[in-house]
Ligand binder design. Structure first.
Ligand code: CAO
Length: 415
Protein backbone atom coordinates (compact mmCIF):
# COMPACT_ATOMS: atom_id res chain seq x y z
CA UNK A 1 0.00 0.00 0.00
CA UNK A 2 1.34 3.42 -1.01
CA UNK A 3 0.04 6.77 0.24
CA UNK A 4 -1.63 7.81 -3.05
CA UNK A 5 -2.65 4.36 -4.27
CA UNK A 6 -5.87 4.54 -6.31
CA UNK A 7 -5.29 8.14 -7.42
CA UNK A 8 -5.03 8.62 -11.18
CA UNK A 9 -3.01 11.51 -12.57
CA UNK A 10 -3.60 12.77 -16.10
CA UNK A 11 -0.09 14.02 -16.70
CA UNK A 12 0.19 16.67 -19.41
CA UNK A 13 3.55 17.90 -18.20
CA UNK A 14 6.77 18.30 -20.12
CA UNK A 15 10.37 19.49 -19.68
CA UNK A 16 11.18 19.80 -15.95
CA UNK A 17 8.82 21.71 -13.66
CA UNK A 18 5.66 19.65 -14.21
CA UNK A 19 7.44 16.29 -14.54
CA UNK A 20 9.17 16.86 -11.17
CA UNK A 21 5.73 17.16 -9.61
CA UNK A 22 4.17 14.13 -11.26
CA UNK A 23 7.26 11.98 -10.61
CA UNK A 24 6.84 12.74 -6.92
CA UNK A 25 3.12 11.82 -7.09
CA UNK A 26 4.10 8.56 -8.80
CA UNK A 27 6.59 7.86 -6.02
CA UNK A 28 3.82 8.44 -3.50
CA UNK A 29 1.87 5.69 -5.28
CA UNK A 30 -0.38 7.49 -7.79
CA UNK A 31 -0.95 6.01 -11.25
CA UNK A 32 0.60 8.69 -13.47
CA UNK A 33 -0.51 8.57 -17.11
CA UNK A 34 1.81 10.77 -19.14
CA UNK A 35 0.12 11.98 -22.32
CA UNK A 36 2.55 12.64 -25.17
CA UNK A 37 2.26 13.65 -28.80
CA UNK A 38 2.48 10.57 -31.10
CA UNK A 39 5.93 10.14 -32.63
CA UNK A 40 7.31 13.16 -30.76
CA UNK A 41 6.74 12.93 -27.03
CA UNK A 42 8.16 15.18 -24.34
CA UNK A 43 10.80 17.35 -26.04
CA UNK A 44 13.36 16.39 -23.40
CA UNK A 45 13.42 12.80 -24.66
CA UNK A 46 15.69 14.14 -27.39
CA UNK A 47 17.48 16.94 -25.52
CA UNK A 48 21.10 16.62 -24.36
CA UNK A 49 21.25 13.14 -25.88
CA UNK A 50 24.28 11.12 -24.75
CA UNK A 51 23.31 7.74 -26.25
CA UNK A 52 21.90 7.99 -29.77
CA UNK A 53 18.96 5.55 -29.62
CA UNK A 54 18.02 6.08 -25.98
CA UNK A 55 15.87 8.65 -24.21
CA UNK A 56 18.09 11.34 -22.71
CA UNK A 57 19.02 11.40 -19.04
CA UNK A 58 17.11 14.69 -18.87
CA UNK A 59 13.93 12.75 -19.63
CA UNK A 60 14.64 9.51 -17.80
CA UNK A 61 15.62 11.24 -14.55
CA UNK A 62 12.34 13.19 -14.40
CA UNK A 63 9.84 10.57 -15.48
CA UNK A 64 10.28 7.48 -13.36
CA UNK A 65 7.32 5.34 -12.27
CA UNK A 66 5.01 6.82 -14.95
CA UNK A 67 3.09 5.21 -17.82
CA UNK A 68 3.28 6.77 -21.28
CA UNK A 69 0.25 7.14 -23.55
CA UNK A 70 0.59 8.75 -26.96
CA UNK A 71 -2.43 10.79 -28.05
CA UNK A 72 -3.02 13.56 -30.55
CA UNK A 73 -5.26 15.81 -28.51
CA UNK A 74 -5.92 18.18 -31.39
CA UNK A 75 -7.68 15.48 -33.41
CA UNK A 76 -11.45 14.87 -32.87
CA UNK A 77 -11.05 11.21 -31.88
CA UNK A 78 -8.09 12.21 -29.69
CA UNK A 79 -10.29 14.76 -27.94
CA UNK A 80 -12.88 12.05 -27.24
CA UNK A 81 -10.20 9.89 -25.65
CA UNK A 82 -9.04 12.86 -23.63
CA UNK A 83 -12.59 13.53 -22.41
CA UNK A 84 -12.79 9.95 -21.17
CA UNK A 85 -9.43 10.36 -19.45
CA UNK A 86 -10.62 13.54 -17.72
CA UNK A 87 -13.65 11.63 -16.43
CA UNK A 88 -11.51 8.68 -15.26
CA UNK A 89 -8.73 10.61 -13.51
CA UNK A 90 -8.49 12.55 -10.24
CA UNK A 91 -5.92 15.19 -11.13
CA UNK A 92 -4.87 16.88 -14.37
CA UNK A 93 -1.37 18.36 -14.18
CA UNK A 94 0.02 20.57 -16.93
CA UNK A 95 2.75 23.08 -17.63
CA UNK A 96 1.98 24.14 -21.18
CA UNK A 97 2.56 27.69 -22.28
CA UNK A 98 -0.28 29.99 -21.10
CA UNK A 99 -3.51 29.35 -23.00
CA UNK A 100 -2.45 26.08 -24.68
CA UNK A 101 -4.98 23.94 -22.79
CA UNK A 102 -7.79 26.40 -23.61
CA UNK A 103 -6.78 26.29 -27.28
CA UNK A 104 -6.95 22.49 -27.08
CA UNK A 105 -10.55 22.88 -25.86
CA UNK A 106 -9.97 21.86 -22.25
CA UNK A 107 -10.51 25.01 -20.21
CA UNK A 108 -11.03 24.75 -16.45
CA UNK A 109 -14.74 25.28 -17.02
CA UNK A 110 -14.91 22.41 -19.49
CA UNK A 111 -12.86 20.12 -17.24
CA UNK A 112 -15.17 20.88 -14.31
CA UNK A 113 -18.22 20.08 -16.43
CA UNK A 114 -16.70 16.75 -17.41
CA UNK A 115 -15.57 15.87 -13.88
CA UNK A 116 -16.48 18.08 -10.89
CA UNK A 117 -14.07 16.09 -8.69
CA UNK A 118 -11.14 16.88 -10.96
CA UNK A 119 -8.22 18.83 -9.52
CA UNK A 120 -6.53 20.81 -12.29
CA UNK A 121 -3.00 21.89 -11.45
CA UNK A 122 -0.75 24.13 -13.52
CA UNK A 123 2.74 25.53 -13.49
CA UNK A 124 3.10 28.82 -15.34
CA UNK A 125 5.99 31.25 -15.45
CA UNK A 126 4.05 34.10 -13.85
CA UNK A 127 0.77 34.57 -12.04
CA UNK A 128 -1.85 37.15 -13.08
CA UNK A 129 -0.22 40.43 -14.08
CA UNK A 130 1.82 41.98 -16.85
CA UNK A 131 3.84 38.85 -17.67
CA UNK A 132 1.17 36.15 -17.37
CA UNK A 133 1.31 35.28 -21.08
CA UNK A 134 5.08 34.70 -21.17
CA UNK A 135 6.80 31.40 -21.76
CA UNK A 136 9.32 30.80 -19.03
CA UNK A 137 12.31 28.54 -18.44
CA UNK A 138 14.36 27.91 -15.30
CA UNK A 139 16.80 30.79 -15.47
CA UNK A 140 14.13 33.32 -16.39
CA UNK A 141 12.29 32.32 -13.22
CA UNK A 142 15.47 32.56 -11.14
CA UNK A 143 15.98 36.09 -12.45
CA UNK A 144 12.35 37.18 -12.10
CA UNK A 145 11.94 35.62 -8.65
CA UNK A 146 14.79 37.45 -6.92
CA UNK A 147 17.35 34.63 -6.81
CA UNK A 148 19.77 36.02 -9.41
CA UNK A 149 19.90 39.54 -7.96
CA UNK A 150 20.92 38.10 -4.59
CA UNK A 151 23.29 35.37 -5.82
CA UNK A 152 26.94 35.92 -6.72
CA UNK A 153 29.53 38.38 -5.50
CA UNK A 154 28.94 42.06 -4.88
CA UNK A 155 31.40 43.15 -7.55
CA UNK A 156 30.22 40.62 -10.17
CA UNK A 157 27.07 40.17 -12.28
CA UNK A 158 23.89 38.45 -11.01
CA UNK A 159 24.27 34.67 -10.99
CA UNK A 160 21.89 31.76 -11.46
CA UNK A 161 22.26 28.79 -9.15
CA UNK A 162 22.76 25.15 -10.13
CA UNK A 163 19.83 24.11 -7.96
CA UNK A 164 16.78 24.13 -10.24
CA UNK A 165 14.67 26.21 -7.92
CA UNK A 166 12.52 27.57 -10.76
CA UNK A 167 11.59 24.27 -12.33
CA UNK A 168 12.00 21.55 -9.72
CA UNK A 169 11.27 23.98 -6.89
CA UNK A 170 7.95 25.01 -8.44
CA UNK A 171 7.14 21.38 -9.27
CA UNK A 172 7.43 20.61 -5.57
CA UNK A 173 5.19 23.54 -4.66
CA UNK A 174 2.61 22.27 -7.13
CA UNK A 175 2.86 18.76 -5.70
CA UNK A 176 2.06 20.10 -2.23
CA UNK A 177 -0.92 21.97 -3.65
CA UNK A 178 -2.21 18.79 -5.25
CA UNK A 179 -2.00 16.56 -2.18
CA UNK A 180 -3.60 19.33 -0.13
CA UNK A 181 -6.44 19.61 -2.65
CA UNK A 182 -6.91 15.82 -2.58
CA UNK A 183 -7.19 16.06 1.20
CA UNK A 184 -9.78 18.85 0.93
CA UNK A 185 -11.73 16.88 -1.69
CA UNK A 186 -12.16 14.10 0.86
CA UNK A 187 -14.39 16.52 2.80
CA UNK A 188 -16.04 18.59 0.06
CA UNK A 189 -16.23 16.12 -2.82
CA UNK A 190 -15.13 18.95 -5.14
CA UNK A 191 -12.03 19.43 -7.19
CA UNK A 192 -10.27 22.78 -7.50
CA UNK A 193 -7.92 24.78 -9.70
CA UNK A 194 -4.28 25.10 -8.59
CA UNK A 195 -1.74 27.50 -10.02
CA UNK A 196 1.94 27.50 -9.04
CA UNK A 197 3.74 30.34 -10.83
CA UNK A 198 7.51 29.90 -11.09
CA UNK A 199 8.18 33.51 -10.07
CA UNK A 200 6.19 32.95 -6.86
CA UNK A 201 7.97 29.67 -6.14
CA UNK A 202 11.42 31.23 -6.51
CA UNK A 203 10.44 34.25 -4.40
CA UNK A 204 9.14 31.90 -1.73
CA UNK A 205 12.56 30.22 -1.64
CA UNK A 206 14.20 33.68 -1.49
CA UNK A 207 12.05 34.71 1.48
CA UNK A 208 15.09 35.60 3.63
CA UNK A 209 16.25 38.09 1.01
CA UNK A 210 12.94 39.97 1.18
CA UNK A 211 13.44 39.90 4.95
CA UNK A 212 16.83 41.57 4.41
CA UNK A 213 15.32 44.13 2.03
CA UNK A 214 13.12 45.38 4.87
CA UNK A 215 15.90 45.23 7.46
CA UNK A 216 18.06 47.28 5.10
CA UNK A 217 15.58 50.13 5.40
CA UNK A 218 16.48 50.31 9.12
CA UNK A 219 20.26 50.23 8.68
CA UNK A 220 23.17 48.26 7.23
CA UNK A 221 23.02 44.47 7.25
CA UNK A 222 25.68 43.77 9.81
CA UNK A 223 26.07 40.06 9.10
CA UNK A 224 26.96 40.74 5.44
CA UNK A 225 30.76 40.85 5.03
CA UNK A 226 30.49 44.14 3.13
CA UNK A 227 29.51 45.72 6.46
CA UNK A 228 32.84 44.77 8.06
CA UNK A 229 34.66 45.85 4.90
CA UNK A 230 33.14 49.32 5.26
CA UNK A 231 31.40 49.21 1.87
CA UNK A 232 28.12 51.14 1.89
CA UNK A 233 24.87 49.38 1.06
CA UNK A 234 22.67 50.42 -1.85
CA UNK A 235 18.87 50.41 -1.96
CA UNK A 236 18.32 46.71 -2.58
CA UNK A 237 19.43 43.51 -0.86
CA UNK A 238 22.92 42.98 -2.29
CA UNK A 239 24.64 39.85 -3.52
CA UNK A 240 26.36 38.35 -0.52
CA UNK A 241 28.83 35.88 -2.03
CA UNK A 242 29.08 32.97 0.36
CA UNK A 243 27.99 34.85 3.45
CA UNK A 244 25.55 32.90 5.57
CA UNK A 245 21.90 33.73 4.97
CA UNK A 246 21.14 33.64 8.70
CA UNK A 247 22.37 35.22 11.90
CA UNK A 248 25.46 33.03 12.24
CA UNK A 249 28.34 34.28 10.06
CA UNK A 250 29.75 31.67 7.70
CA UNK A 251 31.98 31.36 4.69
CA UNK A 252 33.53 29.01 2.14
CA UNK A 253 37.15 28.34 3.07
CA UNK A 254 40.00 26.63 1.28
CA UNK A 255 41.12 23.20 2.45
CA UNK A 256 44.20 21.12 1.77
CA UNK A 257 44.51 20.44 -1.98
CA UNK A 258 42.48 23.47 -3.14
CA UNK A 259 45.18 24.36 -5.70
CA UNK A 260 44.35 21.20 -7.72
CA UNK A 261 40.83 20.27 -6.66
CA UNK A 262 38.10 22.85 -7.40
CA UNK A 263 35.97 21.40 -4.60
CA UNK A 264 38.57 21.22 -1.81
CA UNK A 265 36.64 23.71 0.29
CA UNK A 266 34.52 23.65 3.41
CA UNK A 267 31.65 25.81 4.60
CA UNK A 268 32.46 27.01 8.09
CA UNK A 269 29.92 28.60 10.43
CA UNK A 270 31.14 30.66 13.37
CA UNK A 271 28.17 29.93 15.57
CA UNK A 272 28.40 32.21 18.62
CA UNK A 273 27.76 29.39 21.08
CA UNK A 274 30.90 27.51 19.99
CA UNK A 275 33.26 30.50 19.65
CA UNK A 276 35.56 29.17 22.43
CA UNK A 277 35.87 25.78 20.66
CA UNK A 278 36.64 27.55 17.36
CA UNK A 279 39.38 29.65 19.01
CA UNK A 280 40.96 26.51 20.51
CA UNK A 281 40.78 24.44 17.35
CA UNK A 282 42.41 27.09 15.13
CA UNK A 283 45.12 27.76 17.71
CA UNK A 284 43.92 31.20 18.83
CA UNK A 285 42.84 30.60 22.44
CA UNK A 286 43.57 34.26 23.26
CA UNK A 287 40.64 35.31 21.00
CA UNK A 288 38.19 33.92 23.57
CA UNK A 289 38.88 36.99 25.72
CA UNK A 290 39.99 39.43 23.01
CA UNK A 291 38.19 42.76 23.37
CA UNK A 292 37.55 43.06 19.58
CA UNK A 293 36.62 39.43 18.96
CA UNK A 294 35.09 37.85 22.05
CA UNK A 295 31.59 39.31 21.45
CA UNK A 296 29.53 38.38 18.34
CA UNK A 297 28.57 42.02 17.64
CA UNK A 298 32.24 43.08 17.65
CA UNK A 299 33.23 40.13 15.48
CA UNK A 300 30.78 41.23 12.77
CA UNK A 301 33.03 44.24 12.11
CA UNK A 302 36.04 41.95 11.66
CA UNK A 303 34.74 38.90 9.81
CA UNK A 304 37.59 39.02 7.29
CA UNK A 305 40.17 38.74 10.12
CA UNK A 306 38.21 35.90 11.69
CA UNK A 307 37.77 33.90 8.48
CA UNK A 308 41.37 34.51 7.34
CA UNK A 309 42.59 32.89 10.56
CA UNK A 310 40.15 29.99 10.31
CA UNK A 311 41.16 29.45 6.69
CA UNK A 312 44.84 29.37 7.61
CA UNK A 313 43.85 26.36 9.76
CA UNK A 314 41.43 24.67 7.28
CA UNK A 315 44.13 24.85 4.58
CA UNK A 316 46.19 22.42 6.65
CA UNK A 317 43.36 19.83 6.62
CA UNK A 318 41.26 18.07 3.98
CA UNK A 319 37.58 19.03 3.89
CA UNK A 320 36.76 15.66 5.44
CA UNK A 321 39.32 16.12 8.24
CA UNK A 322 37.76 19.52 9.00
CA UNK A 323 34.41 17.75 9.34
CA UNK A 324 35.84 15.02 11.56
CA UNK A 325 37.55 17.50 13.88
CA UNK A 326 34.75 20.08 14.08
CA UNK A 327 31.70 17.85 14.35
CA UNK A 328 32.50 16.45 17.82
CA UNK A 329 33.02 20.06 18.96
CA UNK A 330 29.56 21.03 17.63
CA UNK A 331 31.11 23.47 15.15
CA UNK A 332 28.84 23.42 12.07
CA UNK A 333 30.89 22.76 8.93
CA UNK A 334 30.14 21.13 5.61
CA UNK A 335 32.46 19.82 2.90
CA UNK A 336 31.82 21.13 -0.62
CA UNK A 337 30.84 17.84 -2.26
CA UNK A 338 31.17 17.36 -6.01
CA UNK A 339 28.58 15.50 -8.09
CA UNK A 340 31.19 12.72 -8.48
CA UNK A 341 31.54 12.39 -4.71
CA UNK A 342 27.75 12.39 -4.23
CA UNK A 343 27.27 9.77 -6.95
CA UNK A 344 29.79 7.51 -5.21
CA UNK A 345 28.70 8.11 -1.60
CA UNK A 346 27.71 4.72 -0.11
CA UNK A 347 25.28 6.14 2.48
CA UNK A 348 23.23 7.90 -0.25
CA UNK A 349 23.05 4.63 -2.19
CA UNK A 350 21.98 2.80 0.98
CA UNK A 351 19.22 5.33 1.75
CA UNK A 352 17.80 5.23 -1.80
CA UNK A 353 18.67 8.87 -2.47
CA UNK A 354 21.05 7.91 -5.28
CA UNK A 355 19.64 4.96 -7.21
CA UNK A 356 20.95 2.84 -10.06
CA UNK A 357 18.23 2.09 -12.62
CA UNK A 358 18.30 -0.26 -15.60
CA UNK A 359 16.84 0.96 -18.90
CA UNK A 360 16.26 -1.24 -21.97
CA UNK A 361 17.86 1.25 -24.37
CA UNK A 362 20.54 2.93 -22.26
CA UNK A 363 21.51 0.25 -19.75
CA UNK A 364 22.35 1.26 -16.18
CA UNK A 365 22.29 4.88 -15.09
CA UNK A 366 22.15 6.80 -11.83
CA UNK A 367 19.28 8.95 -10.70
CA UNK A 368 18.14 10.82 -7.62
CA UNK A 369 15.49 8.83 -5.78
CA UNK A 370 12.66 10.24 -3.70
CA UNK A 371 14.10 12.80 -1.27
CA UNK A 372 11.16 12.32 1.11
CA UNK A 373 11.25 9.07 3.07
CA UNK A 374 7.94 7.78 4.43
CA UNK A 375 7.87 4.81 6.79
CA UNK A 376 4.52 3.51 5.54
CA UNK A 377 4.82 4.40 1.86
CA UNK A 378 8.15 3.08 0.58
CA UNK A 379 9.42 4.09 -2.87
CA UNK A 380 10.81 1.77 -5.50
CA UNK A 381 12.23 3.72 -8.42
CA UNK A 382 11.06 2.24 -11.74
CA UNK A 383 12.63 3.30 -15.07
CA UNK A 384 10.91 5.93 -17.22
CA UNK A 385 8.53 4.68 -19.91
CA UNK A 386 9.40 4.48 -23.59
CA UNK A 387 7.25 6.73 -25.79
CA UNK A 388 3.76 5.24 -25.94
CA UNK A 389 4.83 2.10 -24.08
CA UNK A 390 1.53 1.86 -22.20
CA UNK A 391 -0.89 3.27 -24.79
CA UNK A 392 -2.78 0.04 -25.46
CA UNK A 393 -2.76 -1.03 -21.82
CA UNK A 394 -4.22 2.32 -20.64
CA UNK A 395 -6.86 2.50 -23.38
CA UNK A 396 -8.05 -0.98 -22.47
CA UNK A 397 -7.66 -1.05 -18.69
CA UNK A 398 -8.57 2.50 -17.77
CA UNK A 399 -10.96 3.49 -20.56
CA UNK A 400 -12.35 0.11 -21.72
CA UNK A 401 -11.55 0.44 -25.43
CA UNK A 402 -11.75 -2.70 -27.60
CA UNK A 403 -8.76 -4.05 -29.58
CA UNK A 404 -10.35 -3.09 -32.93
CA UNK A 405 -10.88 0.52 -31.85
CA UNK A 406 -7.29 0.73 -30.68
CA UNK A 407 -5.99 -0.65 -34.00
CA UNK A 408 -8.04 1.98 -35.87
CA UNK A 409 -6.58 4.75 -33.74
CA UNK A 410 -3.05 3.49 -34.35
CA UNK A 411 -3.67 3.36 -38.10
CA UNK A 412 -5.07 6.88 -38.22
CA UNK A 413 -2.19 8.29 -36.15
CA UNK A 414 -4.39 9.38 -33.22
CA UNK A 415 -2.26 7.38 -30.79
N1 CAO B 1 -1.30 16.48 -28.95
C1 CAO B 1 -1.41 17.59 -29.70
N2 CAO B 1 -0.85 18.78 -29.38
C2 CAO B 1 -0.14 18.83 -28.25
C3 CAO B 1 0.02 17.72 -27.41
C4 CAO B 1 -0.60 16.50 -27.80
N3 CAO B 1 -0.49 15.39 -27.06
N4 CAO B 1 0.80 18.08 -26.35
C5 CAO B 1 1.09 19.37 -26.53
N5 CAO B 1 0.53 19.83 -27.66
C6 CAO B 1 0.62 21.19 -28.20
C7 CAO B 1 0.06 22.23 -27.26
O1 CAO B 1 -1.34 22.22 -27.32
C8 CAO B 1 0.69 23.50 -27.83
O2 CAO B 1 -0.03 23.89 -28.98
P1 CAO B 1 -0.51 25.41 -29.28
O3 CAO B 1 0.70 26.26 -29.09
O4 CAO B 1 -0.98 25.35 -30.69
O5 CAO B 1 -1.57 25.76 -28.33
C9 CAO B 1 2.04 23.00 -28.35
O6 CAO B 1 1.97 21.57 -28.33
C10 CAO B 1 3.28 23.40 -27.60
O7 CAO B 1 3.08 23.60 -26.22
P2 CAO B 1 3.96 24.67 -25.41
O8 CAO B 1 3.74 26.04 -25.98
O9 CAO B 1 3.69 24.50 -23.98
O10 CAO B 1 5.46 24.18 -25.71
P3 CAO B 1 6.76 25.06 -26.08
O11 CAO B 1 7.84 24.07 -26.34
O12 CAO B 1 6.50 26.05 -27.13
O13 CAO B 1 7.08 25.86 -24.72
C11 CAO B 1 7.61 26.07 -22.37
C12 CAO B 1 7.73 25.23 -23.66
C13 CAO B 1 8.19 25.27 -21.23
C14 CAO B 1 8.40 27.38 -22.54
C15 CAO B 1 6.13 26.39 -22.11
O14 CAO B 1 5.40 25.19 -22.09
C16 CAO B 1 5.88 27.14 -20.81
O15 CAO B 1 6.15 28.33 -20.69
N6 CAO B 1 5.33 26.45 -19.80
C17 CAO B 1 4.95 27.03 -18.53
C18 CAO B 1 6.14 27.33 -17.69
C19 CAO B 1 6.99 26.13 -17.44
O16 CAO B 1 6.58 25.11 -16.98
N7 CAO B 1 8.27 26.33 -17.69
C20 CAO B 1 9.27 25.40 -17.26
C21 CAO B 1 9.56 24.37 -18.21
S1 CAO B 1 10.95 23.47 -17.64
O17 CAO B 1 12.23 24.47 -17.92
Amino acid sequence: MKALEGIKILDFTHVQSGPTCTQMLAWFGADVIKVERPGVGDATRKQLVDIEEADSLYFTMLNHNKRSLTLNTKNETGKEVLERLVKACDVLVENFAPGALDRMGFSWQKVQELNPRMIMASVKGFGPGPYEDCKVYENVAQCAGGAASTTGFRDGPPLVTGAQIGDSGTGLHLCLGIVTALFQREKTGRGQRILAPMQDGVLNLCRVKLRDQQRLERGPLQEYSQFGEGIPFGEATPRAGNDSGGGQPGGVLKCKGWEEDPNAYTYFITQAAVWPQICDVIGKPEWKEHEDLAEPKERLKRLDTVFDAIEAWTMTKTKFEVMEICNPLNIPVGPILSMKELAEEPSLRASGTVVEVDHPKRGKYLTVGCPIKMSDSPVEVVRSPLLGEHTNEILKQVLGYEDGQITDMHESGVI
